[in-house]
Structures are given as structure tokens and as C-alpha cells.
Ligand binder design. Structure first.
Ligand code: ASP
Ligand code: MG
Length: 410
């Protein structure tokens, strides 16, 4: 007997038939003797449809009103799922963000959770009913509706699990779990039985889209064990959890990629204190996330600074950098929008030598040129031409034998 928080994503509640399938799974969990709290996303495609309506009205939507609109997708799915559970003979009560008192800051469309007062949830559970909670939404201190960013229902679920002291937090999606790489790019990808929070954080930030990155950070902070499972079968899925020493035996856990990168090179920059902040401060003020940064060794008191941004930010970033460049008497600003990033991630990199050499050797053997490199304790990333990205993913997957179970790798 325990408390299970189950989160169902958009495809898992994408049709009435799917909603009934979720109702059956929820009731089966309850029959097994557990209290069940369900967090749901909007039906597949609904959030995009709502954002499309917003766009037809204005290109510069007031953030508060946009949240009022996009949060409605979840209101529909909690109502439908509660009805479906009742139609199957069960008890269920739908609850919106304000009803579970999920308080956030006031950063509309990317709000952060501050605290939750889930008394209503306790009442519902005490009556033997399932609490069906709208993901993605909360309220700020003034009662305005806020949303948690795309994919935010994952974070709603983890936060509810932490607030309720749940025994399990299960994220149901349309894949069986977390894979060594994107199975759509390489069919040899293997499902991982478990992965450490830190590895998952790196994979999520590198473009493995299974979980919203904030949900993983939240789970790590509050020590919530997270299961990623498919709502379409009974596979046990992948457990995202705290580290244990045996996890370092595995050198590389996964290969991630991000296709939509762009590169900006600022030539002939005077090599003086304060230059880097002049270049990057305007970008940060505009909310543009800069990823990799490389500064060359300076020649005759001048240097080149090259960095990457998401492709969607390239135009704005280039404009800002051109202004800065003119102001400091720097040279040309060159851009390339067809960049991609491939990365290997694994706790074992801390204790195994030669990982970088293997990675670079494998890419070289396929004639793939590396344009930029960055590393962290458990990750190595290379920026390459986008047209080679799938080849790079497959090559690295083979080089680290990720198709084999960890114990069978050389
Ligand atoms: N419905 C929201 C979205 O599409 C939140 C979520 O599904 O997690 O991003
Ligand atoms: Mg999602």
C-alpha cells in the first residue's frame, strides 16, 4: 500500500479511446491497493493548437493572457479522464492548478514552482477517489494563472510526488523508457534499466526529449525516484535515480544530439579585460542561451571568439553581436546556421581514461570534422556540420558498444 503519482503525456491521452486505457491502468493501480494521484497533459497537439490561435491575434501576446489560454488544454483532459474513471465504475475528482494550490513565481510561460499546499488532494484520496490533476499550470501569489514551460507537466508530477511524499512517480509516455540514443536515428539503441539524475540532466539538456529538464532537477533535489514508462505496454521502463558506485562501471550511458544549432564567430576582437562580458551581456539580457564558447589564443593582441546558440535565436543574436562588434572595433561577424551537436554522457568518464580519444577517433574515421568541443565531468560534446549528425550518432553508439548490455562491453 503506497501512494503513486502517475503522469500521462499528450499522446497517452490523445483520444477518448486512449483516455479510457489510462482510466483502466489507474484503476488497476488502485485495485492493487495504492492511492493514486494522476497528473495529465493536454491531449496531443492541443497546446500547439492553442498557441496557434494566440498567434492569429498577435505576434506579441501578453504573457498573462497567453497562459490563460494555453492552460485550458489540461482542463479538458482532467475533466475527460475523471469522467472516464467514473464511467468505468471508479471514483475520481479533477483538480486544477489553483485547486491543488500549486504556487509559482510570476514568470508567465516559464514559471517556477515555489510551494504546493495539496490539502484538497488528501481529502480526495481519503474518500477513496483518484485525484486527477491538471499538469503544466499553477498560480502566482496574486492568483494569476501561470504555466511551467513546454513539457511542464513532468515537473508538475514530480513536484506533486515530492509534496505528497509519494512512494513512486511514474511518467507515462509513448516510448518504453530512456534509450542509449534516439531509436528513430539508430535502431540499435538499447533501453536503459536505470540512469542517474545527473546523466539524465545532461541527456535532457542535450536534446533527449523524454523528460522536461526541470522535472529531473526537481527529482534530484527532492530525491524522487522517477520511472519513465510507456502507457502502451507493460514494460518496466527506466528508473531515473540517485547514483550508486556501480554506475561508474559504465563509461558511456548514452549519445545525445541537437540538430538545431548555429555558430557565430566574431573575428579580430581586441584581447582586453571586459571584452567577453561586452559580447555576452546583451545576449543574456535578451534571454538568448549561449551554449559553447571558444576563444582562440591571441595574436598581436587580438583574438577570435566563436560560440553557438539555438538556431531559432541566430538572427537576433547576430544583430546584437554586430552592434557590439562595431562598438569595440572588432572585425567581421561570420555565422553558420547548419550546425549540430553530438554528445556522449556517462558517469564513468570520471574514472576512465581515453574516452575523448575514442570519441574523436571514431568521428575522424568517418571523415567527420569537429568544429568545436566542450566537456563537463560526465559529458563530451562536439559541434559538427548538421548533415553528418545521424552518422555521428551511429558511429559513437558503435564505438562505445552501446548496443550491448553494459556487462558485455569490452
Ligand atoms: N501541454 C503542455 C505542452 O504541450 C505541457 C505538457 O504536455 O507537459 O507542452
Ligand atoms: Mg512531455
Amino acid at each position: 500500500m503506497g501512494l503513486h503519482v502517475q503522469k500521462y503525456g499528450g499522446t497517452s491521452v490523445g483520444s477518448i479511446e486512449r483516455i479510457f486505457a489510462v482510466a483502466d491502468r489507474v484503476l488497476a493501480t488502485q485495485r492493487a491497493g495504492h492511492d493514486v494521484v494522476v497528473v495529465v497533459s493536454a491531449m496531443a497537439g492541443e497546446t500547439d493548437r492553442l498557441l496557434g490561435l494566440v498567434k492569429q491575434v498577435t505576434d506579441t501576446p501578453p504573457a498573462r493572457e497567453q497562459d490563460v489560454i494555453v492552460s485550458t488544454g489540461e482542463q479538458v483532459s482532467v475533466g475527460l479522464l475523471s469522467m472516464a474513471i467514473q464511467a468505468r465504475g471508479g471514483k475520481a475528482v479533477s483538480l486544477l492548478g489553483h485547486q491543488v494550490k500549486l504556487y509559482t513565481d510570476d514568470a508567465h510561460s516559464r514559471a517556477r514552482i515555489k510551494h504546493i499546499r495539496p490539502e484538497r488532494v488528501d481529502e480526495v484520496l481519503k474518500k477513496g477517489a483518484v485525484a486527477v490533476i491538471a499538469g503544466f499550470q499553477g498560480i502566482d501569489e496574486e492568483g494569476n494563472i501561470t504555466t511551467l514551460g513546454r513539457g511542464g507537466s513532468d515537473t508538475s508530477a514530480v513536484a506533486m510526488a515530492a509534496a505528497l511524499g509519494a512512494d513512486a512517480c511514474e511518467i507515462y509516455t509513448d516510448v518504453d523508457g530512456v534509450y542509449t540514443t534516439d531509436p528513430n536515428v539508430y535502431a540499435a539503441a538499447r533501453k536503459l534499466d536505470r540512469i542517474a539524475y545527473d546523466e539524465m540532466l545532461e541527456l535532457a539538456s542535450l536534446g533527449a526529449k523524454v523528460l522536461q529538464i526541470r522535472s529531473v532537477a526537481f527529482a534530484k533535489r527532492h530525491k524522487v525516484p522517477l520511472w519513465v514508462k510507456s502507457s502502451f505496454n507493460d514494460d518496466p521502463g527506466t528508473l531515473v535515480t540517485g547514483e550508486d558506485p556501480s554506475m561508474e562501471d559504465q563509461v558511456v550511458s548514452g549519445v545525445a544530439y541537437d540538430r538545431k544549432q548555429a555558430k557565430i564567430a566574431l573575428r579580430h576582437v581586441p584581447d582586453q579585460p571586459g571584452i567577453a562580458t561586452k559580447i555576452f551581456e546583451p545576449l543574456s539580457r535578451e534571454g538568448i542561451v549561449v551554449d559553447m564558447i571558444v576563444q582562440n589564443v591571441s595574436l598581436q593582441d587580438h583574438t577570435d571568439v566563436t560560440f553557438t546558440v539555438g538556431r531559432d535565436d541566430l538572427r537576433r543574436a547576430t544583430e546584437l553581436v554586430k552592434e557590439v562588434a562595431a562598438g569595440m572595433g572588432a572585425g567581421a561577424v561570420d555565422t553558420d546556421e547548419n550546425m549540430a551537436k553530438v554528445s556522449i554522457v556517462g558517469l564513468g568518464m570520471r574514472t576512465h581514461a581515453g574516452v575523448a580519444a575514442t570519441m574523436f577517433g571514431a568521428l575522424a574515421s568517418e571523415g567527420i570534422n569537429i568544429q568545436m568541443i566542450s566537456t563537463s565531468e560526465i559529458k563530451i560534446s562536439a559541434v559538427i556540420d548538421e548533415k553528418y549528425i545521424e552518422l555521428a550518432v551511429r558511429t559513437l553508439h558503435d564505438a562505445f558498444q552501446l548496443h550491448l548490455p553494459p556487462t558485455e562491453r569490452a
